[in-house]
Design a protein around this ligand. Structure first.
Ligand code: AMP
Ligand code: GLY
Length: 453
């Protein structure tokens, strides 16, 4: 009966032939495209602009002005008649892509420009956290070097100085060296409308928890750990992320419920109260300090490379969940199911990353992955040269992902696959998930709930 079918379509927006447009071109977007293409309810996936690896799974469409070209994204979404737009990176969100897509009547998984300020401005995030009584580090927002000096003295070493605006994961300096902290602050303040946040140092293992949000309801994914520093043993500068793994066997029991209850839900409620509901991924970056979990940062999108491992374990078809979030129906979505496997991702980066990377080098071994199908390669900065050969085209070139029944298995498979990749001058960390495999990651003794007493 048609009437009944219509009712069902409304109650279960995730059943049916869905066409999805994914905006972005990194390994995170490749992971999203891969999961969407495995969802039986998803008919077609289009990526814009995508990359050389995404092109083997999805149609890739150019965007005249790149992913922040709001008009081009809307025009493409209309032209291909997409049912859902999923925005991967932060820059298009901050530029208002999600607002424009929704204004065109197309469901969009991604927050409005105003809601994306949770990532786009660290000062704004602190303001929302304060209003929502979310546990985080003490912080001073400074617009002059004198104010920075006072804040550094008030909070003491180690010093944490953050660029207020977007900086691709490279805007934070953590140092014992007051001179270095001041130098970073000076560089940030020299930018137009420059501001810095000087923050209390938070010690303890870090966790990334992605929460799917539809403006009201929060559905947490599986927590993951990211490796931000470029070198083994966490030495060298911060990067966008050099590897990740999940699940976190060492995480305190009740951590996810605690973080949803004390962080994600209050923030989503506060954003709703302000009239700027948060739709998309609220990425909660936490330090598990001796006093309990403290928010280090929010991002308004899936993390990269954590998404590569989180989606590797998500057994529930992704398209239905993202469409439910985009249409305000997360409360109706089925409970998420997870694989029992562990997942590890290792980023293969170009020479000189996180500085200006060398590009144009031949990439070999990415199609014939050692250990497939439990190991696979997701592309980030890749392209095809005139001869059709795969070449590097960015800083983080590939994410090599592997799953296995133990963390040790997943790790071993990931590194066996990395060893099969050729890229002149490339580098990767060799210790992704190593300390967890050895049982050396120890969260605070206080436990998930912590105490300020
Ligand atoms: P963010 O861009 O805010 O995620 O910071 C990047 C990295 O800097 C984090 O993953 C942490 O490793 C480090 N970091 C940021 N804030 C703090 C803090 N308050 N205390 C200690 N480390 C921090
Ligand atoms: N992996 C950290 C980020 O996506 O910001």
């Amino acid at each position: 009966m048609p009437a009944r079918a219509a009712t069902q379509a409304v109650a279960h927006p995730y059943i049916g032939a869905v066409k999805v447009l994914v905006v972005g071109s990194g390994a995170r977007e490749h992971a999203i495209v891969r999961s969407l293409s495995l969802d039986p309810s998803v008919d077609e996936v289009v990526a814009a602009p995508g990359n050389a690896g995404i092109a083997s799974t999805a149609t890739c469409e150019p965007l005249a002005g790149g992913p922040t070209d709001v008009k081009a994204v809307v025009a493409l979404a209309r032209r291909i008649g997409t049912d859902l737009v999923v925005v991967g990176p932060e820059a298009p969100l901050v530029a208002g892509v999600a607002d424009a897509v929704r204004a065109a009547g197309i469901p969009c998984f991604g927050p409005s420009a105003e809601a994306a300020r949770l990532e786009g401005s660290k000062a704004f995030a602190k303001d929302v956290m304060s209003a929502a009584e979310v546990p985080t580090g003490l912080a001073h927002v400074c617009t002059t070097l004198e104010a920075v000096e006072d804040a550094l003295d008030a909070l003491g070493a180690p010093h944490v100085v953050k660029d207020d605006g977007l900086a691709a994961g490279k805007g934070v300096v953590v140092t014992d060296d007051r001179g270095e902290a001041l130098e970073h602050a000076r560089a940030c303040l020299e930018k137009p409308d420059g501001a810095v946040v000087v923050e209390e140092y938070l010690s303890g293992p870090e966790v990334s928890l992605f929460c799917l949000c539809d403006g009201v309801t929060v559905v947490p994914l599986s927590p993951a750990q990211d490796f931000k520093r470029v070198g083994d043993d966490d030495v060298g500068p911060n990067t966008g992320g050099m590897g990740a793994y999940c699940p976190l066997d060492w995480a305190p029991e009740g951590l996810v419920d605690d973080v949803v209850g004390r962080v994600a839900q209050p923030v989503v409620d506060e954003m709703h109260r302000r009239g700027t509901p948060f739709v998309g991924v609220l990425y909660v970056g936490l330090a598990l300090t001796p006093r309990g979990p403290r928010v280090i940062e929010f991002n308004a999108r899936f993390g990269d490379p954590e998404t590569q491992v989180v989606l590797a374990r998500l057994a529930t078809p992704l398209g239905g969940v993202l469409l439910a979030a985009a249409t305000g129906r997360l409360d109706e979505a089925p409970r998420l199911r997870w694989s029992e496997d562990y997942a590890v991702a290792v980023v293969v980066a170009a020479e000189n990353y996180p500085g200006t990377p060398r590009t144009g080098d031949r990439v070999s071994g990415a199609d014939d992955v050692v250990g497939a199908p439990t190991a696979y390669v997701l592309h980030a900065g890749t392209a095809r040269d005139e001869a059709g050969e795969l070449v590097s085209a960015g800083g983080r070139v590939l994410s090599v992902v592997a799953t296995g029944p133990t963390l040790a298995d997943a790790r071993r498979r990931a590194y066996a696959a990395v060893d099969g990749i050729g890229l002149p001058g490339s580098h990767h960390r060799s210790d992704i998930a190593l300390r967890a495999e050895r049982g050396e990651v120890v969260p605070s003794a206080v436990g998930a709930h912590g105490s300020d007493a």
